[in-house]
Design a protein around this ligand. Structure first.
Ligand SMILES: [Mg+2]
Length: 335
């Protein structure tokens, strides 16, 4: 007996699945989660089957009281167990376009210390969350992947678009040089767009900006909040991130750590693959910055420069600007 206990203690922590029933609008849905999932993640799973956005859901289970309103709590912390029946109240926003995740912490990018970054990426529980998400989330192709191309993954809010300013025409809030940037990048990269909002909003935004039907480039796929996972950091609590492993697992012969780069204004979004992330300067206050913002012009050069390399995994994208300055000088010398 003692030997058995010792052996099981050595096993990697693979959390057991919890099967729940959620009642909503006269129907019942069965969901599979794990104790390490947060209430916020449970709401995303509910969103997948009901289409009610997480921020529109109110979960009810009298015994849990208000604990079930706290998106950051783990299901194990509120003692959610298998075969439990929860009630959800909420409506699908058919015509309304909900402003992206309205949480204030999205505005300030907190830094996660490097050691902790490595820790989060390598934690067995996070790898397991990623595997579960790979099983649950299918990346739908708008256009075929192209053999031999690298992969560029782009965030929307504050990366391509200032979603906080208001304007009569959304084009006024588009980051300058966006179409030229995408056109140039498309010559060497397949392009996917991944936003922490609903797919409806992602599509609408990209259509409004003329990104989905541009004759000069094609978008390979769009991803939304349901493809994200929630991780825990000791210093910052729980937060959501965009694990590139979800894409790599679905296209293993085409994309991987060696040929993928992701732009996001929030560094924590690439905590599961820090080497592949490039933190872009946020594009805010579009009305005053529209005439001066040249980030996408500079980043075009960077993307095209590094596209010549077979393997991007030796690069430190934190230093992209000095790489860009150097190659600018090189080009000047040679011309
Ligand atoms: Mg953003």
């Amino acid at each position: 007996m003692a030997a058995e206990t010792a052996a099981s203690a050595d096993l990697p922590a693979t959390a057991e699945e919890i099967t729940l029933t959620v009642k909503w609008s006269g129907k019942e849905f069965t969901l599979r989660v794990i104790g390490e999932d947060t209430v916020g993640e449970l709401k995303r799973r509910i969103c997948e089957v009901t289409r009610v956005l997480p921020q529109r859901q109110k979960l009810l289970y009298p015994k849990f009281g208000s604990k079930i309103d706290d998106d950051s709590l783990l299901l194990s912390q509120i003692n959610i167990k298998s075969s439990l029946k929860l009630t959800m109240i909420g409506t699908v926003d058919e015509d309304m376009i909900v402003d992206p995740v309205d949480s204030p912490e999205i505005l300030d990018d907190f830094e996660i210390v490097e050691e902790e970054e490595l820790d989060i990426k390598d934690k067995e529980i996070n790898k397991q969350k990623l595997r579960r998400r790979v099983d649950q989330y299918k990346v739908e192709l708008l256009n075929p992947c192209r053999e031999g191309k690298k992969l560029l993954v782009l965030d929307i809010d504050y990366t391509l678009f200032d979603h906080r300013s208001s304007a009569e025409d959304p084009l006024e809030l588009m980051r300058p040089h966006l179409h030229e940037f995408l056109t140039a990048a498309y010559s060497e990269y397949d392009i996917m767009i991944w936003s922490a909002t609903s797919m409806k909003w992602v599509k609408l935004k990209m259509e409004e900006l003329g990104v989905l039907n541009n004759p000069s480039y094609k978008i390979t796929a769009l991803l939304d909040h349901l493809a994200m996972i929630t991780v825990h950091s000791d210093s910052r609590g729980v937060f959501d991130c965009k694990p590139l492993g979800l894409i790599w697992a679905q296209f293993p012969t085409l994309y991987g750590a060696k040929n993928t780069i992701m732009f996001d204004d929030l560094r924590r979004n690439f905590v599961m693959n820090p080497q592949n992330g490039l933190k872009i300067k946020p594009f805010r206050k579009a009305h005053s910055n529209r005439s001066s913002d040249r980030e996408l012009v500079k980043l075009t050069e960077y993307l095209l420069d590094i596209a010549e390399m077979d393997d991007l995994s030796g690069l430190d994208h934190n230093k992209w600007e000095s790489f860009y300055e150097e190659s600018f000088k090189r080009r000047r010398r040679h011309s």
